[in-house]
Design a binder for this molecule. Structure first.
Ligand SMILES: [Zn+2]
Length: 163
């Protein structure tokens, strides 16, 4: 079966690949939000769209601090990361009405982490009938909406009660 792929952000990635040295989370921790796809900023952690998403609205929550060890997160970072994941789900519910979520940490290359030295929590919205979580890691997926639009909608839908 031939898979059709229309994914302009993949082309952007190829065009800008050599500008992507260093840590994407550290770079995104310091703005500008629109260009770096940051949805929301907390005190010690922030929410950004995954530039290479498994599904529409796939966001990640990361501490600002460059830390690769899950156990190295301090109490404030741990708490805020989870609170921001909850906030992201609320914003996603308002914008995309997903029917469920996969929320999780990929720790280490063998576990599927693309970036191993800055821990981050994935929040992936799910709909019945969408692709299973593991096969979509193959990174060939047609997505209906461009990332900058998704970012703007989620940022606007963020509830002030969620930090
Ligand atoms: Zn980093």
């Amino acid at each position: 079966m031939t898979k059709q792929l229309w994914a302009p952000w993949r082309l952007e990635y190829i065009q800008h690949a050599d500008e992507f040295d260093g840590c994407v989370f550290c770079r995104a921790s310091d703005g500008p939000d629109e260009e770096l796809l940051v949805v929301h900023r907390g005190e010690s952690a922030f929410v950004l769209l995954n530039r290479f998403p498994y599904a529409s609205g796939h966001v990640m929550v990361a501490p600002y601090r460059h830390v690769g060890d899950f156990g190295g997160l301090d109490a404030a970072e741990s708490l805020e990361t989870h609170r921001l994941a909850a906030g992201a789900m609320e914003a996603l519910a308002a914008v995309f009405s997903p029917e469920g979520y996969n929320v999780g940490w990929n720790l280490g290359r063998v576990a599927g982490a693309g970036i191993v030295d800055h821990v981050h929590l994935h929040v992936v919205p799910r709909w019945s009938g969408d692709t299973n979580f593991m096969p979509v890691l193959a990174d060939v997926k047609v997505l209906p909406e461009h990332l900058s639009e998704t970012r703007a909608k989620l940022a606007a839908a963020w509830s002030p009660a969620d930090g």
